[in-house]
Design a protein around this ligand. Structure first.
Ligand SMILES: *Cc1c(COP(=O)(O)O)cnc(C)c1O
Length: 433
């Protein structure tokens, strides 16, 4: 790192004092690193917390440094920008956020986006060309399916899918169906919503490597919004890129919308120029709020996971409950094997199938007093919704049936409230049916 007197050097904003990653032989845990990593108070008047940097542009120390920055940004010189240039490209708050996001999955690099969908769209735009095929697990988040099928389809991009629980052989079969066409990307989402079916990431990696033994292997990206980063870390299982809606558990307070992509420096550096071009980066205020959220990420997710385990244990045996779709109660041996190899926790978002139909489900939802009736998940508060009538209303009936999106299905995301209070709320709402 050049010092400040270097005439071609970088601005101070990009040269934070390195926070320790280890203490003696001890490697520090992400929960510890979230308090200071990537931020040097001496560069901001000693302020313990990073200020919010509201600026559209950054002053170059001299003209030569400005030229060097643009050589980096435009790709004339490898390695990207060395300092901050313009706020559509990056800013101090977003850079700290990206450094801290990468810590959770030991990713080499990360990018922050203005929404989960902005992250996914920018990723796709940076990797696909007309005529390419995207191979993906199904079902995907509805907007992601729209983006692949209806938006990218207009630009000549094709897709092939396999069911979330597919075996290595089935996945290889789908990869072969692409024939001589280029597969630009293998895109996964696990667990699938609202079925909670897990994708066998290790099997996808094995299938991809068997089909593409050489250099030009399509990257594997996975939407890890439901279980990450605490309960599933796909990079450890061979995925190349991890995608997040940071709106959910990472933001965790239902007060912001943002997204992230994590992975190797090489792959992140193929996505970054697209973000620079189209400006899908998150704003400094949102980045600052996410820094605050990440300080309590482990606390919040742990508590939500413990609460969900207690609430689900209560609901499972209730006479008005038909069955549960909760990763703590897997009945299929193959799904259990995928869970055991990939997951360290069952999460806090699950499906509750009540006895009856829409009327019973609506009565239950309307009777809830603590849980709020809203879509989304991963917040401090418990939310409940009805996929068939809300998030998946436009899904054709046939596909709804295949995905077990029935009229008696209620989707629940458990928060960090007192577990006994939540159980009392579900008890009285079930009594109202
Ligand atoms: C919410 C969500 C998204 C989209 O994220 P936004 O932040 O709303 O754009 C993508 N994938 C999954 C799994 C989600 O739950």
């Amino acid at each position: 790192m050049p010092d400040e007197s270097d005439l071609t050097g970088t601005p101070q904003t990009n040269a934070p004092k390195a926070e320790p990653r280890t203490l003696g032989a001890r490697k520090l845990k992400p929960a510890t690193m979230m308090m200071g990593h990537g931020y040097d108070p001496t560069l901001s008047e000693g302020s313990l917390k990073p200020p919010i940097f509201l600026t559209s542009t950054f002053v170059f120390p001299n003209a030569a440094a400005g030229k060097r920055h643009f050589e980096g940004v435009t790709g004339k010189r490898p390695g990207g920008a060395e300092g901050l240039v313009y706020s559509r490209f990056n800013g101090p708050n977003q850079e700290i956020l990206e450094d801290r996001l990468a810590i959770w999955e030991e990713a080499e690099d990360a990018l922050a986006f203005s929404s989960g969908m902005a992250a996914i769209a920018t990723l796709f735009l940076s990797l696909v060309q007309p005529g390419d095929t995207i191979v993906h697990s199904g079902p995907l988040y509805a907007a992601t399916e729209t983006l692949i099928g209806r938006v990218l389809g207009r630009f000549g991009v094709k897709w092939l899918d396999f069911p979330a629980g597919a075996t290595r052989e089935e996945i290889e079969g789908v990869l072969e169906r692409a024939g001589d066409g280029r597969i630009a990307l293998i895109y996964l989402e696990s667990p699938a919503n609202p079925t909670n079916v897990l994708v066998d990431i290790e099997a996808v990696v094995a299938a991809r490597d068997a089909r593409f033994p050489g250099e030009n292997r399509p990257p594997i990206a996975i939407d890890n919004t439901f279980l990450g980063p605490l309960w599933q870390q796909p990079l450890r299982h061979g995925a190349d890129l991890v995608v997040y809606s940071l709106t959910k558990y990472a933001g965790g307070h239902s007060d912001l919308v943002a997204g992230g992509v994590l992975g190797s420096k090489a792959l992140i550096n193929t996505v970054r120029p697209m973000r620079n071009t189209i400006g899908t980066i998150c704003d400094p205020n949102t980045a600052w709020m996410l820094l605050r959220s990440l300080e309590t990420l482990e606390l919040r997710m742990s508590r939500a996971g413990e609460n969900a385990a207690r609430v689900c244990a209560y609901l499972r045996d209730h006479p008005k409950v038909e069955r549960m779709g909760y990763l703590g109660f897997i009945t299929d041996p193959r799904q259990q094997d995928i869970y055991d190899r990939h997951c360290t926790g069952a999460g806090s978002t699950f499906s509750l199938y009540l006895k009856g139909g829409e009327a019973e489900a609506f009565r239950f939802l309307d009777a809830l007093r603590i849980a709020k009736l809203a879509v989304s998940l991963g917040g401090t508060e418990t939310l409940a919704s009805h996929p068939a009538a809300m998030t998946h209303l436009s899904v054709p009936d046939e596909r709804k049936a295949a995905l077990a999106i029935t009229d008696n299905l209620v989707r629940i995301s458990i928060g960090v409230e007192d577990a006994d209070d939540l159980i009392a709320d579900f008890e009285q709402a079930l009594a109202a049916i």
